[in-house]
Write a protein of this length. Structure first.
Lengths: 243, 181
């Protein structure tokens, strides 16, 4: 096959354009799911937006889904069993108006639990997720006392049936991880948000607070929302509507 | 001194018998592997490899340095969110978990076996799962332990795709709906 000069130039131009465009297309695709070698980036800040007006009375789907996802097992002792997410009922004493909302770690920008931790086990990841490094947690429970949301639990008893991606053990403190394994996998959602959606309530929305095009950012920009105990100026990653 | 002098002509023979005996004992040791040793020596640990043919690093590197590799990966995963599987504990379990028990613990479990031999305690599995993900149903918790769910039937329906064993697990923990008091 012989090609003339014009054809050759045309073909090579197309080849160069293809080589230049292909990686960028790939990059757009990868931006959704971070590769396993990549570190969690401060360009994201993961958070939740919870609409308490959509949270149904008596529904515990989010709590169940969290326990199922993270392998949290209890011993039938509600006062000491671990609790990563719980349903809270608010009642206006004057009017009698009752509201429900799920409450979990608020993933603060300035987390008091991290401030008080004597070993550095309590820490905030670059992408805003507040976690406990159980390898260095000594179980002192200072963080539990410091947390204004009572979001953390101490594991009092030997654990069984842990999930490979969610280790948990006796003598350490734990709390909502914002389904960090799902975040790292690029699922773009948490177990509680998925369960709520499945129930048809759609009260919980997960997203990137730093991405102006994400649904959560758009809703936060266009609708009123609030932080729990905003007076503490913790800049929580979990925001509420309808309270 | 006199006896030594007397034995000198037979020294070659004594040496040969000694060598043969030691050879027999080494051979016997290899063969007996994990069985109780008549000579009183501590039985050698058994190594099992359930998946693949080669570890992520050469065997001598792994024997000496596996703890450093896991420790390094631990901090990277925990604090930076790096989830490569090359040196992760999950990957260890995935390849080395026993076929029968699905676990790296137990009498013949890959980790416990060797750690017991060298009298080093393993803390990893106080928190981490010691069973291969797919066979998680093997370690269904005792009946006194309950999954923290109020509506078991619904939870079964929302079992996540990630863990094939979770639905089975939940089924093993809860009695069927009809039997619930």
């Amino acid at each position: 096959m012989s090609i003339n000069r014009r054809q050759f130039l045309g073909l090579s131009g197309a080849a160069i354009a293809g080589a230049a465009l292909a990686p960028s297309l790939r990059l757009i695709e990868l931006a959704q799911a971070r590769s396993p070698e990549e570190t969690a980036s401060a360009q994201h800040r993961w958070g939740l937006l919870i609409d308490s007006s959509k949270c149904a009375d008596g529904c515990t789907s989010c709590v169940n889904a969290c326990a199922e996802e993270n392998g949290i097992q209890g011993h039938g002792r509600p006062t000491t069993d671990a609790q990563w997410i719980r349903k809270v009922t608010l009642k206006d004493k004057q009017t009698g108006y009752v509201q429900n909302l799920p409450l979990m770690c608020q993933h603060c920008e300035s987390p008091p639990c991290v401030d008080v931790c004597p070993t550095g086990a309590s820490f905030k990841r670059a992408d805003g997720i507040v976690l406990v490094d159980k390898h260095i947690c000594i179980g002192c429970r200072y963080c539990m006392m410091a947390c204004p949301y009572k979001a953390r639990s101490f594991v009092h008893e030997v654990t069984t049936g842990q999930k490979a991606y969610a280790p948990r053990g006796k003598g350490t403190v734990e709390s909502c991880t914002l389904c960090v394994h799902k975040v790292d996998r690029g699922d773009g959602s948490t177990a509680c948000a998925d369960a709520c959606k499945k129930e048809g309530h759609q009260a919980i929305l997960f997203g990137d607070l730093k991405d102006p095009d994400s649904e959560i950012s758009k809703r936060l920009a266009s609708q009123p929302s609030t932080q729990l105990r905003a007076d503490l100026k913790l800049n929580t990653g979990v925001r509420y509507q309808g309270i | 001194m006199r006896t030594v002098k007397l034995l000198r002509p037979f020294s070659g023979l004594v040496l040969a018998v000694g060598l043969i005996l030691s050879g027999v004992s080494v051979f016997g040791h290899d063969k007996a592997a994990h069985a109780a040793d008549a000579s009183g020596a501590v039985p050698m640990p058994v190594h099992t490899f359930e998946k693949g043919e080669q570890c992520v690093e050469p065997v001598d590197v792994m024997r000496r340095n596996h703890m450093q590799l896991i420790l390094h990966q631990r901090d990277k995963t925990m604090h930076e969110g790096i989830r490569t599987t090359q040196h992760s504990l999950n990957k260890c379990v995935d390849c080395h978990a026993d076929k029968k028990t699905g676990s790296v613990l137990g009498k013949d479990g890959f980790c416990e076996n060797c750690h017991r031999y060298s009298a080093v305690s393993i803390d990893c599995f106080e928190c981490h799962s010691s069973v291969r993900e797919a066979s998680a149903a093997v370690t269904a918790p005792p009946s006194s332990v309950r999954v923290l769910t109020a509506q078991p039937q619904k939870t079964n329906a929302t079992a996540t795709v990630m863990d094939g064993g979770s639905a089975k697990n939940a089924g093993a923990v809860f009695p069927p709906k009809g039997k619930t008091p």
